[in-house]
Design a protein around this ligand. Structure first.
Ligand SMILES: [Mg+2]
Length: 382
């Protein structure tokens, strides 16, 4: 019987190079963070999970210390399922990291990829889409967005998601001006490149309607993500009814309970639960229930290599054409934590030959990427 001997949190950071800092609205992101959860067994195995660093690595470490006694001394199969509570983000991220590490151990013990443990018929390849488009500044160079789109297209990605740029009020940006830029982007890229807009909950319902209609007409958009405040259930319901483009959301929710009202009222067509925030167990549960409402899962995935692998396994078990997000702006920390080359080629991630989630950590990561205390974003005023 291989029992759990210790649980460890590894917090890592890297300052962004000045020209790689990115921003949404009024926040400039100055560093990349990573929060790994390692579950060690007596025989020397290590299960690896990554908690979303949005939960604050220092706070997550504290929760892991509190939760560890529930698991230490047990075998993996004796571990109780840990559940996110949907109320405290740092706690949910801690649970998510532990849950993922336990799944990784299960896969290692049975020499199977996690996706296969969840679903015998899981897909073995997951498509990755390029997620970025948050470095363009409406005042300085909005066309940077178009150059970025073309760069990903040349790297072989088949889909690109972008954001709304700097705070619109600073430069009197309107829906029409945004639509103009989006139209230019559509015309400047290959007709095979699929596109998505992430509103980051910044738009009014009126703006979302105008932009959503334009996106539908342009014909290249897979979905319109979180156009309005994530808690505005009725707003989402009205937008989904009015627009001919799938509306997606749910990245900030960690429990099925929080998602259910959006499912039953057909407020989403795509749900974006993130294993880094809700864990593999809850993410799969959410996805299974979502599919009974004909809602597709495309996970939110915004940090480093370990959670990208974990999200890929979860969605491979859920979807016939699994698609996962990849942050194109995270910098060297993202894949530098893993041993060997980035496991993605030309926009595809192969998970067929892995045991567990297939994450092997590179040596000396704590020395190479020492944790830097403090918030990753700096508020900017103009
Ligand atoms: Mg999003």
């Amino acid at each position: 019987m291989d029992r759990i001997a210790g649980i460890e949190t590894v917090c890592l950071s890297r300052m962004h190079d000045r020209d790689q800092q990115w921003f949404t609205a009024k926040y400039r992101t100055v560093k990349a963070d990573c929060c790994l959860v390692l579950v060690h067994t007596e025989s020397g195995r290590t299960g690896i999970g990554e908690a979303s660093a949005y939960g604050n690595p220092t706070k997550i470490s504290g929760h892991i210390k509190d939760l560890a006694p529930m698991l230490i001394g047990r075998t993996v199969s004796q571990c109780e399922w840990l559940h996110p509570n949907g109320r405290q983000q740092s706690f949910d991220c801690a649970v998510a990291g532990l849950d993922t590490a336990l799944w990784d151990l299960r896969g290692q013990l049975l020499s199977q990829p996690v996706a296969k443990l969840i679903n015998e018929k899981a897909m073995t390849q997951v498509e990755v889409y390029a997620s970025g488009g948050c470095r363009y500044d409406w005042r300085v160079d909005p066309d940077q967005l178009i150059a970025e789109a073309r760069q990903y297209q040349n790297q072989g990605f088949r889909a690109f998601k972008f954001r709304l740029g700097t705070f619109w009020d600073w430069d009197a940006v309107t829906s029409d001006r945004f639509i103009e830029l989006v139209t230019a982007l559509v015309n400047a890229t290959d007709s095979h490149l699929n596109l998505m807009v992430d509103g980051n909950c910044r738009l009014s319902e009126r703006q979302a309607l105008d932009i959503g209609r334009a996106l539908a007409q342009l014909g290249r958009f897979l979905w319109f993500e979180e156009p309005i405040d994530s808690k505005d259930l009725q707003g989402y319901q009205r937008l989904s009814r009015a627009l001919d483009i799938p509306i997606s959301g749910g990245e900030s929710f960690s429990t099925l309970e929080q998602m259910m009202p959006y499912f039953t009222s057909h407020a989403f067509s795509i749900v974006q639960q993130d294993v880094g925030l809700c864990g593999i167990t809850e993410a799969v549960h959410i996805g299974e229930i979502a599919s009974s409402y004909e809602i597709r899962t495309v996970p939110h995935n915004w940090h480093n290599g370990v959670v990208t692998l974990a999200n890929a396994h979860a969605v491979a078990a859920l979807e016939p054409a699994p698609l996962v997000e990849m942050n194109m702006l995270q910098g060297p920390l993202q894949w530098g934590i893993l041993d060997g080359p980035m496991p993605i080629s030309e926009g595809w991630l192969d998970i067929s030959r892995q045991e567990g989630i297939g994450a092997n950590l590179a040596p000396d990561i704590s020395k190479r990427y020492p944790f830097i205390e403090g918030y990753y974003g700096v508020a900017v005023e103009r």
